[in-house]
Design a protein around this ligand. Structure first.
Ligand code: IPE
Ligand code: IPE
Ligand code: MG
Length: 234
């Protein structure tokens, strides 16, 4: 793996947990549990490679519309996984950040998020971002409202495209170079709409619970062979 061709920020739309569970004759939540193992595997690989940012789409604003039992199961799983992973984060020098519509999360979950993120705030090797209760359209709207509330009407009128970056929840984080989506679905599902304007996309039929280091390396190799032109002629 050519280190010079390593992306700075890889983002993953983790999909296919439910279908994996069904194929195994298991409950959907067991698919999500196995998916947590894939997150751990990819994060370890990312830290080993010295990847600066790894982000994952864990739960969308639309996912609130799933059956309540599944929503509760996912939230409990996320809470437990965060607690469980803290020693791992610290051991591998991983900074953990959660981004999304935090107002929709319960108080207990929000407190846990603050505590775990706070404990890793000094870590410098890899930043691991979990998008939780996130949607791209929500992000753009909250950014616009925040800018309108912060700036004078004149400043607001003079805003340039790059200025909106400062109000998105991803302010200060580089846009994803590579977006991976598992399970064969070929869509963005309201993920990072603004931030993926020039991202490279990699789609695979592999279901998320089966996406581990070899599959991750394959995606990174594919990225390394891409030619990013940004509208120019090369
Ligand atoms: C991804 O797996 C996890 C979340 C969206 C929370 P899914 O639960 O969407 O799995 P499929 O798409 O039903 O197989
Ligand atoms: C996208 O997966 C959201 C996450 C991975 C968190 P979904 O399974 O919810 O997407 P759709 O509904 O198939 O587009
Ligand atoms: Mg899905």
């Amino acid at each position: 793996m050519d280190k010079n061709r390593l992306p700075k920020h890889v983002s993953i739309i983790m999909d296919g947990n439910g279908r994996w569970a069904k194929l195994q004759g298991k409950e959907r939540v067991q698919g999500h549990m196995e998916g947590v193992e894939s997150v751990r595997a990819c994060l370890e690989t990312a830290a080993k490679l010295g990847l600066e940012y790894l982000s994952v789409y864990a739960f969308s604003e639309e996912n609130w519309n799933r059956p309540q039992e599944e929503v509760i199961g996912i939230m409990e799983l996320i809470m437990k996984a965060m607690e469980h992973e803290l020693p791992n984060f610290l051991e591998h020098n991983i900074r953990f950040i959660v981004l999304g519509n935090r107002a929709r999360l319960g108080e207990k979950l929000n407190q846990t998020i603050d505590r775990i993120c706070g404990a890793t705030a000094h870590c410098t090797r890899t930043t691991f971002i979990m998008f939780l209760s996130y949607s791209g359209k929500w992000d753009i709207l909250q950014a616009t409202k925040k800018a309108a509330a912060t700036l004078t009407p004149e400043q607001f009128q003079q805003m340039e495209i790059k200025d909106l970056d400062n109000y998105l929840v991803t302010a200060g984080i580089p846009d994803p170079d590579l977006v991976i989506r598992t399970s064969g679905e070929l869509r963005i599902s309201n993920y990072l709409l603004w931030q993926t304007a020039y991202s490279e996309f990699y789609f695979t039929d592999v279901l998320w619970p089966e996406f581990r280091e070899p599959q991750f390396m394959e995606a990174l190799e594919a990225y390394a062979a891409r030619d990013r032109r940004y509208g120019k002629v090369k």
